[in-house]
Design a protein around this ligand. Structure first.
Ligand code: DLL
Length: 433
């Protein structure tokens, strides 16, 4: 098992951690109240003064923060520091409405880089590794987040960014990259390209991947491990809280450790706002307790996950979150039934189908329809119509038994669905167009 980047913080006793979190929360609420007009107004309205918050136990007294708050104060209205103290701006990759803009002081960049460095060490990264970063560089936090993390650790960052996939493979081959960081869907595309270029993945030096920025399943993990001949690890984060590295999977591959000395997690019932016990799935909420520029209180991520405090074999005591199932706003409601795209991925991969798929939802008359387009395996391409129909039928019945909803399945030509270089778009909901 690998060592630690920050053993003191990663392996702290629960009592010590609670003490640190309480101390930091108190300071942070004061900072928000005194520097962010929206928080002053909201706390005043709720009849709460910073002095009422004495420990982490009091967190539940504080109101939630929503993405809409950042949009309403666009671009910089929730920053808690003057401009001179900022050193970086990023923005969310949100596809709807205004972007959400996030800012960092030098200290914020430092804790973010440490968060990623902790992750890289937990999957066996060290100073002697080449870290190939194929997340996009720019306003998106993926590229620069892992880049700074790799440098913080003293490893060598290779800032490839996303795109130009054949060149990515060439670099993997020629430079001997040890760890690759990109979205799981892009990793799959890189894997396919390795195969199409006639390269045996075993001849690459690559041994691990840090994949995140979108939901992916355990089946997808197995596919990625096979196609690239690596260990595939999950890394989670969101720009509003920092970027990648808010939580990171270690070598045990049993959930992601949250850097809870900086980002305090809660799981709530998204309908009632009530805090749920460990082990129950609900909406993940974060409070930034160490940040300066954008310290958000009880930020509603809309990601569905659960927390566990069971002892991890790696020795870290940091609480773990389960792989997010999806987002409350990604959840499709089709004829009244909740469907997450990740469930479709799970079904397709368990039938050994290609992980490239597209869900098209529409409304015909008053009835919602769902079509799942899947690429047929290349070896089946010249198959008889009857065989293809029977495969469509098999997929449709597997979807029916998992999702409890009937979907039309359409097999499309191999490589005909769009490949993603960043976050994959898996759903077209024509009801919303
Ligand atoms: O996606 C930050 C990131 C970059 C994380 C690279 C990991 C790796 P945003 O663009 O603000 O930030 O999008 C955040 O992406 O609320 C989740 O819905 C989703 N997401 C991020 N990581 C994961 C993951 C970056 N490992 C939103 N599993 C989050 C599932 C994830 N969903």
């Amino acid at each position: 098992m690998s060592g630690f980047y920050d053993e003191k913080w990663e392996c702290m006793s629960r009592d010590e951690m609670t003490e640190v979190q309480s101390r930091r929360l108190v300071k942070m609420v004061e900072r928000c109240y005194n520097n962010v007009p929206l928080y002053k107004e909201r706390l005043d309205k709720a009849g709460i003064q910073p002095g009422d918050i004495k420990s982490i136990e009091d967190l539940g007294k504080l109101p939630f923060t929503y993405k809409s708050d950042l949009r309403d104060t666009y671009p910089f209205g929730m920053f808690a520091v003057p401009k001179e103290e900022l050193i970086r701006i990023h923005a969310s990759s949100g596809t709807t409405g205004k972007q959400t803009v996030v800012g960092y002081t030098g200290h914020d960049i430092d804790i973010w880089a440490q968060s990623c460095a902790r992750g890289l060490v937990s999957i066996g990264g060290s100073r002697s590794d080449y870290v190939h970063v194929s997340y996009g560089y720019g306003l998106f936090t993926g590229g620069l987040g892992l880049h700074y993390g790799a440098e913080k650790l003293g490893a060598t960052a290779i800032p490839v960014s996303s795109g130009n996939t054949k060149r990515q493979v060439q670099i993997l081959q020629d430079y001997g990259s040890d760890i690759i960081c990109c979205t799981p869907s892009y990793a799959m595309f890189i894997g396919e390209t390795v195969r199409d270029m006639g390269i045996d993945p075993k001849t690459l030096k690559l041994r691990a991947g840090y994949f995140g920025a979108e939901a992916w399943t355990e089946n997808m993990r197995r596919e990625l491990e096979k196609i690239l001949d690596i260990k595939a690890y999950d890394i989670y984060g969101l720009s509003e809280i920092a970027g990648p590295g808010v939580a990171f999977e270690c070598e045990c591959q049993t959930g992601m450790h949250i850097n809870e000395d900086w980002f305090y997690p809660e799981i709530i019932d998204p309908e009632t706002g009530e805090v749920l016990p460990d082990g129950e799935y609900g909406e993940l909420v974060f409070t930034c307790i160490g940040k300066e520029a954008l310290p958000l209180i009880r930020y509603r991520t809309r990601d569905i996950s659960c927390l566990t405090r069971e002892k991890c074999e790696c020795g870290r005591t940091l609480v773990k979150m389960a792989k997010p199932k999806g987002r409350t706003d990604d959840m499709l409601i089709i004829r009244g039934i909740n469907v997450f795209p990740s469930q479709v991925e799970h079904v397709l991969l368990s039938l050994k189908m290609d992980p490239n798929y597209l869900i098209v939802v529409d409304r015909v008359g008053n009835l919602d329809t769902m079509e799942v387009q899947v690429e047929m395996p290349p070896e089946d391409f010249s198959d008889t119509v009857r065989n293809l129909e029977s495969l469509e039928h098999k997929i449709a019945s597997a979807l029916q038994s998992t999702l409890n909803i009937s979907a039309k399945v359409r097999l499309v030509e191999p490589k005909s669905l769009p490949r993603s270089e960043g976050k994959a778009v898996r759903v077209i909901d024509k009801r919303k167009l």
